[in-house]
Write a protein that binds this ligand. Structure first.
Ligand code: RIB
Ligand code: CA
Length: 314
């Protein structure tokens, strides 16, 4: 059983990842923490609470609100063109009676790690700000958590917020670099693999036509948000009726690392520069620079991953 804290900036793909994790028997979600990114931290938190209500669980999952700004600089504002006006494609979910904890996300991560040493997998689906803040409060965190799986970065492909940088890393490069330097057992699930894992409209329609009654409301939600997402990728990437699987692939990799080819490489994040800020820098020279080894996903069984994702909601 993978006991996890999911840290997210609840946009469309975060929401699919959360619902997927909640439906998987191999995972127990111990808590969800939120930050700014695709949308404001307040909106991200509200979205998580609404998603938990939609999932109709028999137990309550604590939700802790986190950083509203990156470690340095300021948040750029919501990415409406990708994730809609409310982060979840404009889909209106019923509000929840559950309130977020009084405890900030970074305190929650530290407390949970201390209470469950060596047990927790932290899955980050947004910027690594909350994890970096937790690390500042508890430098032993890399020893207290089992591992970290992060959607973020790109090694050999193109970036999505600049020619070389991916949004979660570019949104807070200092946080990502601090997390890397701390020496966590860290796996980065970047655009090299998420862009090659695609949800197609055809598969979505099949799911909608054949899902069980117990999944009907969740599948209707997926259909609504992914309609928005498909529209963005159709105009942005000339992707005709298919879209990448970013955040859900991090959850899939946490469950089944066999879906990807992995390589450990000495890694840093470029925290300066006009064109390269937020770039993941790996050193493949035999006499490489002095940096911690991070596990990167370089290839993926994309069809299998996409089918595993969607079939979970049948
Ligand atoms: O680059 C893709 C990532 O940025 C995803 O996590 C998406 O939700 C946004 O946060
Ligand atoms: Ca995200």
């Amino acid at each position: 059983m993978i006991r996890t804290i999911i840290d997210c900036d609840t946009g469309i793909d975060d929401s699919v990842a959360i619902l997927f994790a909640l439906r998987r028997p191999e995972i127990h979600v111990e808590g969800i923490t939120t930050g700014c990114g695709n949308t404001s931290v307040d909106q991200a938190t509200d979205n998580v609470l609404r998603l938990l209500k939609l999932a109709e669980l028999s137990y309550e999952i604590p939700v802790a609100k986190g950083a509203g700004q990156p470690l340095e600089g300021t948040w750029d504002g919501p990415v409406v063109r990708v994730h809609g006006p409310n982060g979840i494609g404009g889909v209106e979910l019923p509000s929840s009676e559950q309130c977020p904890l009084d405890e900030p996300a970074s305190d929650f991560i530290v407390r949970m790690a201390r209470e469950n040493p060596g047990e927790l997998t932290v899955i980050t689906l947004g910027r690594m700000t909350n994890l970096a803040l937790a690390l500042q409060k508890e430098p032993m965190l890399p020893k207290l958590v089992k591992n970290v799986v992060s959607m973020g970065g790109v090694i050999y492909g193109a970036g999505n917020t600049s020619p070389v940088a991916e949004a979660n890393i570019a949104g807070d490069p200092e946080a990502a670099d601090q997390v890397i330097m701390a020496g966590f057992d860290l796996t980065m699930v970047g655009l090299d693999v998420t862009m090659k894992t695609r949800i197609t409209r055809q598969r979505l329609e099949f799911l909608r036509a054949h899902c069980s009654a117990s999944n009907r409301r969740v599948v209707d939600y997926l259909h609504g948000v992914l309609e928005y997402y498909l529209g963005y990728y159709r105009t942005q990437d000339f992707a005709f009726d298919h879209c990448p699987v970013h955040d859900p692939l991090a959850v899939l990799v946490a469950i089944d690392p066999g879906l990807v080819s992995l390589k450990k490489l000495p890694t840093r994040i470029e925290c300066g520069g006009q064109y390269c800020r937020g770039k993941v820098v790996v050193d493949e020279r035999p006499h490489h620079f002095d940096a911690p080894f991070v596990t990167h996903c370089l290839a993926v069984a994309g069809d299998r991953a996409a089918e595993e994702l969607l079939s979970t909601f049948m």
